[in-house]
Design a binder for this molecule. Structure first.
Ligand code: UT7
Length: 320
């Protein structure tokens, strides 16, 4: 028994912000951002919330799968930008969609959040504990950016993507997951002061800080490695894979991975141009877009790979 993706959904905020829009409020240009990252625009929340977009994506995924909220046993949301410290985004989504029989909680794994959530759901399903799960990646990182730091804030966008997964004979064939906490200081958001009256602390809020080149080096080294690892675990070769769905962090990272794996870039679908880096939401948004275009045929082999804050990285290989 394994885990099959039987439905997908996504939700994007209305407000589109182009590189030219950013150039009006900071010293940057479409030429710089596009040539360095492949991003032309991103969508940023105004009235939308992490919970609202996650619930919207979940509704669409349930409709796409033909699954009712009562059938869901487990809800896991990969996010680092929930609307509240607690309750978890997953519990807020549970209430909104009426999944009364589910257990719900979040996973904090940066841009690997959706993948790690999917792999966790898979472990439960494979062991027979649960049969049907809702897995979501949802972020509003725009509220956690330093908008004076042009090297980082231009990269990110907001959004949510979701998948319904169910026990099935075909689906996930292999997973691999890694963390390196010692290397995590290249991408951080401390963002919380203490309100403890017995502690003297500087309660100034802090925002996302990234050493872009270090993150870039980490990604181009570790992503091809873990993709190869998951393919080997599944007993397949790189040529057997039909699609590589990578976290949409930077077009140049995707190009480098395709080169290192010696696989045509045509097998690496992207949408970073329109949404920027939506962190944990990027893989499920891309998955949903492709699913709705009927891109995948039954039996296609898909490798998904996420990487980001933690540091965390991993890959999942599945048969569609
Ligand atoms: O989910 C994982 C998230 N993280 C990532 O994916 C980040 C991976 N890293 C990257 O994508 C790249 O390192 C960046 C896109 C962040 C930066 O590209 P880079 O080629 O490494 O540029 P750089 O940081 O070396 O900066 C080059 C120049 C600098 O100017 P000087 O010092 O050469 O005069 C920057 O000040 O570009 C300048 N610069 C900008 N110019 C216009 C930095 N940001 C901007 C900007 N617009 N937005």
């Amino acid at each position: 028994m394994t885990t099959r993706i039987i439905g997908t959904g996504s939700s994007i905020p209305n407000r589109k912000v182009t590189n030219d829009d950013l150039a009006k409020i900071m010293d940057t240009s479409d030429e710089w951002i596009y040539s360095r990252t492949g991003i032309h625009s991103r969508h940023l929340v105004e009235q939308e919330t992490t919970t609202g977009m996650a619930s919207d994506a979940a509704q669409k995924a349930m409709e796409n799968a033909g699954v009712s909220p009562e059938e869901i046993d487990l809800i896991i949301v990969g996010t680092v930008s929930g609307d509240m410290c607690y309750p978890s985004t997953a519990c807020l989504v549970q209430a909104k969609i009426g999944a009364v029989n589910a257990v719900a909680y979040d996973i904090s794994a940066g841009c690997s959040g959706f993948l790690f959530a999917l792999n966790t759901a898979h472990a439960y399903i494979q062991s027979g504990i649960y049969q049907c799960a809702l897995v979501i990646g949802a972020e509003t990182l725009s509220k956690m950016m330093d908008w004076n730091d042009r090297s980082t804030c231009v990269l990110f966008g907001d959004g949510a993507g979701a998948a319904i997964v169910k026990a099935n004979n075909a689906g996930i064939r292999a997973i691999t997951q890694h963390s390196d906490g010692a290397g995590g200081d290249v991408l951080v958001c401390s963002n919380r002061g203490s309100n403890n009256p017995f502690v003297t602390s500087d309660t100034k809020l802090d925002y996302t800080k990234m050493e872009g080149q270090e993150v870039f080096k980490f990604a181009v080294k570790m992503v091809p490695k873990c993709v190869q690892e998951v393919i080997e675990k599944a007993g397949l070769s790189v040529d057997d894979v039909d699609y590589f769905l990578l976290h949409q962090a930077n077009k140049r990272i995707i190009e480098s991975v395709s080169k290192r794996l010696k696989v045509s870039l045509d097998k690496f679908p992207t949408n970073i141009e329109h949404y920027g880096n939506t962190s944990a939401a990027s893989i499920p948004i891309l998955l949903d877009e492709l699913n709705r275009k009927n891109t995948f045929q039954k039996g296609d082999i898909i490798v998904m790979s996420g990487f980001g804050a933690g540091l965390t990285w991993g890959a999942t290989l599945l048969e569609w």
